[in-house]
Design a protein around this ligand. Structure first.
Ligand code: AQP
Length: 340
């Protein structure tokens, strides 16, 4: 099976990104052929939040966090989306076959366009770029957090519509959502998904993967909860359930074991245990990140190499797409010297 997934370099990666995406990628990577992308074109979707002087460094930091979290470059290819221009080329073709109503229905578009002062067209169409990211590489499986399920469903719809209009061209991919921790909520508000953009403006919302232990402990201890003592998964209030789910995702213990541990204890004990667990999980990641970051050239070389490895398949898919819709096929890069 070929796996594709990615993260936007839009800010500090948080515990939700680790539990919902990076950790499941690492757990499954030996079983599949994996492509893990840093989707920097997506980072332009809200231009007001782009920092041109920092984007490049953020991309490298995300690459270092992939490696530090356990992505093994011998099993998995890591590359930067904008280094493979076929992603943008395919996105245009797919935009032309995507009905406007499908995009207007996306819940992320609705929530982000409501929060943004002015709405760029990219905010509406970026799920099509995401579809192109996935379909370009003949992806079978897309491991993502729950918030991305709708976008992978859209990708399937776009692939099927294209195949119907122009003949079998794309593999129709399947979303893989983790059974534990698919939607980590904000510590300040357990009704909102933990997200980078909220974390950038509110303290106490998220735990960044590079946060020091004292910040982690403070954030967890101040997590919004109710005033009761209920620590069973099925009966807990949203704030406590969020802590229990984080505990479950990090410890990989059965729910019954976790419930027995905290039965009849106060919320303080649960919070302290979760804080300890998050600190212990992040410590080796942070140490490895610091080592990797000390050699930015090595990270750049790895990313260049990753883009080189994925270009031939990207080119083959684009040749298939061009043939299907009747566009001419450009000459081979071997004779012309230009990549896909
Ligand atoms: N809170 C979360 N719980 C579980 N999984 C999550 N993911 C993100 N937040 C959570 C998963 O992480 C992967 C990468 O996401 P992304 O950073 O590319 O985009 P996003 O989902 O839009 O993340 P944010 O933090 O909300 O970023 P902003 O604020 O920039 O939009 C995906 O698999 C996602 O499901």
């Amino acid at each position: 099976m070929r796996v594709f997934s990615g993260v936007q370099p839009t800010g500090a990666l948080h515990l939700g990104t680790l539990i919902g995406a990076l950790a499941p990628w690492v757990r499954e990577q030996a079983r599949h052929e994996n492509l893990f992308c840093i989707v920097d074109l997506h980072a332009l979707t809200i231009p007001e939040s782009v920092h041109p002087d920092r984007l490049h460094a953020t991309v490298r930091d995300v690459a270092a966090l992939y490696l530090a979290s356990g992505i093994d470059p011998d099993h998995s290819t890591i590359f930067v989306q904008s280094q493979v221009p076929a992603h943008a080329e395919l996105a245009w073709v797919l935009t032309c076959v995507t009905p406007l109503g499908w995009l207007e229905r996306m819940t992320q578009f609705k929530s982000k366009s409501g929060a943004s002062g002015h709405v760029g067209a990219g905010l509406l169409t970026y799920p099509v770029l995401q579809a192109a990211d996935i379909l370009l590489h003949d992806t079978d499986l897309v491991p993502v957090g729950e918030d991305q399920r709708q976008h992978v469903e859209l990708t399937r719809d776009i692939a099927q519509r294209f195949n119907h209009l122009f003949g079998e061209t794309f593999v129709v991919p399947t979303a893989v959502i983790p059974s534990a921790g698919a939607r980590v909520m904000g510590f300040d508000d357990p009704s909102t998904k933990m997200s980078k953009s909220v974390a950038a403006t509110k303290t106490g919302h998220a735990i960044g993967l590079l946060d020091p232990p004292d910040v982690i402990r403070r954030t967890v201890m101040r997590a919004v909860t109710d005033t009761g003592r209920e620590t069973r998964f099925d009966h807990a209030s949203p704030g406590i359930l969020n802590l229990l789910l984080i505990h479950e995702a990090l410890s990989r213990e059965p729910r019954a074991v976790i419930e027995a541990r905290f039965e009849g204890r106060g919320y303080g004990e649960l919070k302290a245990a979760v804080a300890d667990q998050v600190i212990a999980t992040l410590a080796p990641i942070q140490q490895r990140f610091t080592e990797l970051r000390a050699d930015p050239e090595a990270l750049t070389r790895m990313l260049d190499d990753g883009a080189e490895r994925v270009r031939p398949r990207a080119r083959a898919t684009m040749d298939r797409v061009r043939r299907a819709v009747g566009l001419s096929i450009p000459p081979s890069p071997r004779t012309e010297g230009n990549g896909a």
